[in-house]
Design a protein around this ligand. Structure first.
Ligand code: SME
Length: 162
């Protein structure tokens, strides 16, 4: 089913993420809990993070099936969101030139860039669905709100190297 955003509990997710990461400076722990909260509360097949490391991104905390470890700048949906520094909402990944098929069952996805305190892209939040056209603009905006919360609460730890 498509565009169920009105019944998707993003406010609950935001509240739980805020309560969980509050006062905790470790970004691995915070992104791991954020992925777990989103994965448990939302009907998506993969939720996770990639972080910029030189000229590629490396897989970070996630929930769902094992995923590709490294993504080059400009490659796939994640690499495009990084290169263009903008949210990518892809209704049909099979129609997206260069899509990286970690899970062949994945059909649509949203990728939101995450910024460090210097304003550059630190990494991305990647959310995948096995339903075609499963993300509305409202879903993308809600996931952007999650990223803004992370940037606000744990920005300095995102700017430090692991
Ligand atoms: N689909 C992504 C790659 C990451 S996996 O979906 C977890 C892409 O094309 O960027």
């Amino acid at each position: 089913m498509s565009h169920q955003e009105n019944r998707r509990p993003y406010d609950e997710c935001l509240n739980e993420i805020r309560a969980t990461i509050d006062g905790e400076p470790d970004w691995v722990a915070n992104l791991a809990n954020t992925a777990a909260i989103l994965f448990l509360k939302l009907p998506f097949s993969w939720v996770g993070f990639y972080r910029v490391a030189g000229d590629e991104m490396v897989l970070g905390p996630f929930q769902g099936p094992p995923a590709c470890v490294r993504v080059g700048r400009g490659r796939g949906v994640c690499g495009s969101a990084w290169e263009n520094d903008r949210t990518e909402r892809v209704p049909d990944v099979h129609a997206f030139s260069g899509h990286i098929a970690c899970d062949p069952r994945s059909r649509s996805e949203v990728v939101v860039p995450i910024h460090g305190t210097d304003g550059s892209v630190w990494g991305v939040l990647d959310v995948d669905s096995r339903e075609i056209d499963d993300f509305s603009e409202a879903d993308a905006e809600a996931l952007e709100s999650v990223v803004r919360l992370l940037e606000e609460k744990i920005g300095p730890s995102l700017s430090a190297s692991i």
